[in-house]
Each structure stands twice: as C-alpha cells, then as structure tokens.
Design a protein around this ligand. Structure first.
Ligand code: NA7
Length: 284
C-alpha cells in the first residue's frame, strides 16, 4: 500500500487528505495549525506534530501550502528524515521562480521532484475531480498513479518539472480574470440602478454562460462568500502570473487589473472570503 505524507490541510489540502485516506492509502498529514488537520483522524489519517514526523518513511510526499516559502520551510524542517528516492509532488501554486528553487531543494536531498499544481478549487478537491498538471520524471508516474487517482479526474503529464507550473499560470489567469469580470459586470448593473440578477438572466443559456460564471454570480447575488478560493490567494496568484508573463515578455493587462481589485478587496477586509468578493472592490 502506498504511504503518503501530506503537508498542508487548508481549504484544498483537507479534502485532498480525506480522499487519499478514503481511497485506502496510508496517510499522514501535517498542518501548521494542527487543529485544522484533526478532522482527518476520523478518515483514518495520522495527524503528525511536525513535517518530519509526517514525512518519515512515506513513499510519496505532497505539499499543498500557500506559497513557495511555506513549502520550502516545511520540507527543510523534514530534512533529517528525508531519504533518497522518495517522490515529492509539489501541488501548491508557487510560480516559476519558487518551482526552480524547490526542485533544487529536492535535488539536494535526492528526492524525485514532480511539479504538479492542480486546476480546481475546494469543490473539485472535495469531489476528487481536480485536474492535475503533472510534470517530472517518468519514473515517478507509477508511485503517483494511486495518489493522483484519488485526488483528480484527470492527470496531464506534461514533460520535465516546471511545465505543470507554466500551464497553471496560464489556466489560473483565465479563472481569476473571469471572476473579476463577473464581479465588474454585476456591480456595474447594480451601480446603474438595475437588479444585478438581470445580468445572470441574460447570460444564462447563451454563449457567454459557463459553470464558472454561474458559481461566481451566485456567490455575489446571494452574498455568500464562503471561500472556495480566497481573495488573498487569488491576489498572490495575480502576482505570480504577472511575473511569469514579464519573464517571457508577454503583456498581461487584465490580470494586473484583477490584482488591483483583489488588493482593494483585501484592504476592505475581504481577504479570507471567496475571490468573488472582488465584487466589493467596485465600490468605495
Ligand atoms: P489555504 O486554505 O489558504 O491554506 C493554506 C495552507 O498553507 C494552510 O495549510 C496553512 O496553514 C499553510 N501555511 C500558510 N503559511 C504557512 C507557513 N508560513 N508555514 C506553514 N504553513 C503555512 O489555501 P488553499 O488550500 O486554498 O490553497 C493551497 C495552495 O493551492 C495555494 O498555493 C493556492 O494558491 C493553491 P494554517 O492552516 O494557516 O496553519
């Protein structure tokens, strides 16, 4: 039976850990705030007190933490028990520079590094329907098959490590920009003295409709900003996307504007709400 150590049980990591345990894998988890990981004990996971305790002896290590520094620190904290040949699938969205730095860290410890960010937020994570953008050595695929199978509906193997994060930058740019424009469209209707639900009625069933439009419009119209993906993490992603574009000379005006909106929403106190709360950034 494959043993998996999962570092990070936030909005994404918690349901991922649950799906791994329910698939019959041997799961140990660590989270900085231990209480947030404890519900996984009911699913059969062991909740470790430190990254080292979680990682020791695991076949596969998964990281799902907010940024490159958090991932670097957690894996470095586990360094004394890391052993050559362990497969590390780094699934957080950390951007291009951090991906290189983490690959070098893996190399120093003889870990097989797989750069595997995911497309999908909390609900697909709960349903085991993430799309996994995997990149790394072919030799890691066998060990990861049951792991990715429990987490996702599809795994795309994209070539050498780094390709997953590059694709993630492109796809997350779409999701984030879409959220910002749904919020702008509804808030403009509101500002113009209309019921913003009229926008939903016009779009529904037409060529501009999508599950994503419906989800974000519903959150805004119902005022339910229970996070699937927080404003704070979306703002972080806009910076990573912007850096990725700048590094290769691709101009990304829309994502920069979305970043401004998320920063404003954060300053208004909406940082821990769903990114649909960028709606509030339309109003002073
Ligand atoms: P969340 O719900 O914001 O969870 C973030 C996780 O990262 C959570 O486990 C945090 O622990 C952990 N974290 C944050 N900072 C640190 C530091 N400095 N050290 C250790 N652990 C830390 O994000 P999501 O689950 O929605 O998304 C996770 C990743 O996927 C992220 O890269 C997204 O962009 C995509 P805490 O519970 O706060 O103690």
């Amino acid at each position: 039976m494959t043993s998996v150590a999962l570092l990070g049980t936030g909005l994404m990591g918690l349901p991922m850990g649950r799906n791994l345990a329910r698939a019959g894998l041997r799961v140990s988890v660590w989270n900085r705030t231990r209480d947030k990981a404890l519900p996984l004990e009911a699913d059969g996971a062991v909740v470790a007190h430190s990254p080292a305790e979680a990682v020791e002896g695991a076949d596969v290590i998964l990281t799902m933490l907010s940024d490159g520094d958090a991932v670097h620190d957690a894996v470095t904290a586990a360094a004394p028990v890391l052993r050559a040949g362990q497969v590390w699938a780094q699934m957080s969205t950390v951007g291009l520079a951090a991906t290189d730095r983490l690959a070098a860290l893996a190399d120093r410890h003889g870990l097989t590094y797989v750069d595997a960010p995911v497309q999908g937020t909390r609900q697909p994570a709960e349903q085991g329907k993430l799309v996994i953008l995997a990149s790394g050595p072919d030799t890691a695929q066998e060990a990861l098959e049951p792991v990715f199978g429990a987490l996702g509906q599809r795994t795309l193997w994209l070539g050498p490590a780094g390709a997953g994060t590059r694709l993630k930058m492109a796809t997350v740019s779409y999701g984030i920009s879409l959220t910002a424009v749904v919020a702008e469209s509804l808030s403009l209707a509101q500002g113009l003295g209309l019921d913003p639900d009229l926008v939903r009625q016009v779009v529904t069933g037409g060529p501009m409709d999508s599950a994503y439009f419906q989800a974000k419009a519903k959150a805004i119209l119902e005022g339910d900003f229970t996070p699937s993906f927080t404003v704070r993490n979306a703002e972080k992603d806009t910076r990573l996307i912007h850096e990725a574009g700048a590094a290769v000379g691709v101009r990304l005006d829309v994502v920069a504007a979305a970043g401004e909106r998320f920063r404003r929403a954060e300053a208004q106190g909406h940082g821990e709400e769903d990114m649909a709360a960028t709606y509030f950034a339309s109003f002073d």
